[in-house]
Design a protein around this ligand. Structure first.
Ligand code: FNR
Length: 380
């Protein structure tokens, strides 16, 4: 269908479910075990309601904010997803970079360690100078590989390192495991293709299992402390699921955290990040750590109102994963740009209707959180 028929982010998902290869759909869409957390991530947003202000001048709505010390034109970013060529064999992450730079407002892009394109290719694909790119780091057992990756990201002008810590082993994604994956499959991770011996590697348990070999399960807080000394770039811990860990990251000198359960792909029955955010912000504040420390949230964000709720609760910005994968897989660069336009317009409109004209005016007073903690979980 023409791109104009795509009215919201769900439309991309519906289309993707029809036209992607079985392998790409299984890898992209799957969550862990019974996918309780996968669904809860979005469902939790349904338990928060708004308390709008009326008669506020909202003629001009400004989405500008600051992430990790850099000005950004919108308070959301494209989160790191591995293997973007599985769904878009020609363009992969390069098309995402182009899409992020060709909209009215440039959108930051977090690039996965396990991207199908090389970091150089994605960095080169940037369309304008305002466009931010960040590096998502999976730490390898061979710390030299990790040091080299950080150095390389710095050299390419990437602006932050997001260390993913919620995947000491990759989650149990059964849809994905039913499909045979080889690192030679279209769209396999560039970084693994470099090693001659791994080229021959076969894995009969899906894409996720094939990737997990890259990630060191012994990673601990001591490694984070060491990493702090390796780079001047901001370090953000991605995959925090409780307030104490956000406090610890802040005390250790990290510049931020991403409250995330990896889009419901890791530990099933992890809580929704929006719920963790509501718990975390007051505790950070109590410790005097809420200033100059960025708290990001991802998982299940599909609407402008979802973003607005996270911002009201104190998030610096939010990440979206699957929606951009689907947009990129269905329409390439234009799809990514269209997805950005959709979510930007939704956010602007919702802010207007909430009675707010700029991001810094958002606060928890705009929300009714009465139902947030009343989860009802039904197995599908
Ligand atoms: C991911 N995610 C992820 N995270 C990460 O740090 N490194 C990675 O390589 C990947 N790869 C990846 C692949 C696929 C197919 C998905 C769906 C997700 C997690 C991602 O960054 C983000 O946390 C979630 O996608 C957010 O949830 P939504 O927006 O997909 O619901």
């Amino acid at each position: 269908p023409p791109l104009g028929n795509i009215l919201n982010l769900y439309d991309f998902e519906r289309l993707a479910s029809k036209i992607l290869t079985n392998q790409a759909w299984a890898y992209y869409s799957s969550g862990a075990d019974d996918e309780i957390t996968y669904r809860e991530n979005h469902n939790a947003y349904h338990r928060i309601f708004f308390k709008p202000h009326i008669l506020v001048d909202v003629e001009h709505v400004n989405l500008k904010t600051t992430m990790l010390g850099e000005t950004t034109e919108v308070p959301f970013y494209v989160s790191a997803t591995a293997l973007c060529k599985l769904g878009n064999p020609e363009g992969g992450e390069v098309d995402i970079a182009k899409g992020c730079g060709t909209t009215k407002y440039s959108v930051p892009q977090m690039i996965s360690t396990l991207a199908s394109c090389s970091l150089d290719e994605v960095a080169e694909a940037k369309v304008n100078d305002k466009q931010l790119q960040w590096f998502q780091l999976y730490v390898n057992s061979d710390r030299k590989i990790t040091r080299d990756l950080i150095k390389h990201a710095e050299d390419l002008g990437l602006k932050a390192i997001f260390v993913t810590v919620d995947a000491p082993s990759l989650g149990n994604r059964e849809k994905d495991q039913k499909i045979k994956f080889t690192t030679q499959s279209t769209g396999g991770p560039k970084i693994l293709q470099k090693k001659e011996e791994q080229k021959k590697e076969n894995n009969s348990d899906g894409a996720s299992k094939a990737l997990s070999k890259f990630i060191d399960p012994s990673l601990s807080w001591e490694d984070i402390a060491k990493m702090r000394k390796l780079t001047k770039l901001p370090i953000v811990i991605k995959g925090v699921q409780r307030a104490e860990d956000a406090v610890r990251a802040a005390q250790m000198g990290c510049q931020g955290v991403v409250l995330s359960n990896h889009g419901g792909r890791q530990l099933d029955f992890s809580r929704a990040p929006i719920e963790v955010l509501a718990e975390t912000m007051p505790i950070l504040k109590h410790h005097g750590l809420d200033k100059n420390f960025d708290v990001f949230v991802d998982g299940g964000i599909r609407r402008g109102t979802d973003i607005l709720k996270a911002l009201c609760l104190g998030a610096t910005g939010v990440g979206l994963g699957r929606p951009f994968l689907y947009a990129n897989s269905c329409y390439g660069q234009q799809g990514v740009a269209h997805a950005i336009d959709i979510i930007t317009k939704e956010l602007e409109m919702s802010m207007r209707l909430l009675g707010v004209s700029k991001i810094e005016d958002l606060n928890p007073g705009f929300l009714d959180l009465t139902s947030l903690h009343s989860r009802s979980v039904a197995v599908a």
